[in-house]
Every structure is written in structure tokens, then in C-alpha cells.
Design a protein around this ligand. Sequence first.
Ligand SMILES: [Zn+2]
Length: 250
Amino acid sequence: MKETLSTLTAVQKFDDRLMVLRRRLESLPVELGEQETRYSVLEAEAEKHLVERKRALSWAQSLENDVRDWEARVEKLEQQIRILRDAGAAQVARHEAEQHRGEIAKAEEKAIVLLEKAEKLAESAVEAKEGLAPELEELELFRKTVVADEVELQEEIAFLQNCRDTLFQKAHRSGRDLYEKLMPSRKGRPVTSLRGDSCGGCGMSVAPNDRIKVAKMASIATCRSCSRILVQEEVWDSVREETSVEGPRA
Ligand SMILES: [Zn+2]
């Protein structure tokens, strides 16, 4: 049973490593998604300059249309003033023409301000777009790195899984069954070491006769509190050293 105990300890080391690698593999698309969102925000900010520019230009255009209408009206009023005999009516027409002239001056002034603003916004849009180029480059590079990392991680996982499965088959049937049964509830840690008088998994003290069972390694000893398979600290440490030097990085 000693062989089975050290085998299961080694299998757990592989499972630890596999869990870390799988988590990293799962996190890669999430990280890429975050980078893509960040870029989209920058792109939308750059786009905003152009949207504002368009709005300023269309406002200026609408003011220019108003000016044209008012100018036409003023011209008509001036013609009327020339032919009107009624001094009062001529005075009213003159007053209206004067009002339109004031509106024309204001609208022209405003249109100039808007056109200047549009010009500045066009410059800002060009600047923002230039600023985006290195960001896009960085995003593309990150995307390539993610793809390469995914391939590498998948290969490493497949290799380690194969090593782990081969090793697992070497353990005694009863040990394999217990390991698999405990695996989900013990969060991938069905094996632990006896630390002094206590269980390395849950910290509860282990009864003397159980400690003797652990030391003898003739059968599988488990913690009465957390049910984990208990192994001697020497077995635990030697397996940890072995597996960290050989393949799976800790
Ligand atoms: Zn325990």
C-alpha cells in the first residue's frame, strides 16, 4: 500500500498543476475580452470628435440657411419700403428689416464660431486616431500572444493529464476509488500529510492508533474529521520534490 500512497500523493501534485493550468487557460479569453473592451472605449472616444464636428457643421449650415431666408425677406421689405405710400406701413417694414439684419449678424457670428470649432475637432480627431494606432498594435500583439499561450497550455495540459492518468492506474483499486470519491468535496485535495499529531488538511488531531496506521502504510488511513487520505510527511515531502524537479512546475 506504500506504493499506492506515494502514487496518489504524486497524482494530487499533477492535479494541482493541472488545475492551475486550466484556470490560466480559462482566464486568457477573459483577459483578451478586457483588452478589446478597453480599445473599443478609446475608439469610441476618438469617434466622438468626429460626431461633434458633424453636429457643429450641421448647426452652422442651418444658421446659414436662416441667414439666406432673412436676407431674402429683407430684400423684399426694402422693395416694399420703396413703393409704400403709407408712412406708418413703411415704418413697420423698416422696423422688421432692421430686426432681421440684427438676427443675420448674430447668426453669422455664431456660424463662424461653429466652423472654427469644427476645424479644431477635425484636428483632435486626427490626433486621437494617431494615438489609437499603437494601442491597436498592442492589442494585436496581445491577441497573438493569447493564441500562442492557449496552444502551449493545451499541449502542456494534455501531456500532464496523460502522465497523471498513467500514474493513477498504478495505484491500488481501493486507493483510486477513495481518491475519486473525495476529489470533488475536498476541492481536488483528497490526500494530505500527517503534521505531527494533526491532519495537514483540516488541522484536527489524529488519534494515536490512526497515527500508527499512517506510519505502517499497510492500509489506507484517513482523517476522521475531513476523510482525507493521510500520508507520512516524509512521503509527502519526497513526492513533492520528485514531481517539482521532473515535470510539473509548482
Ligand atoms: Zn482532516
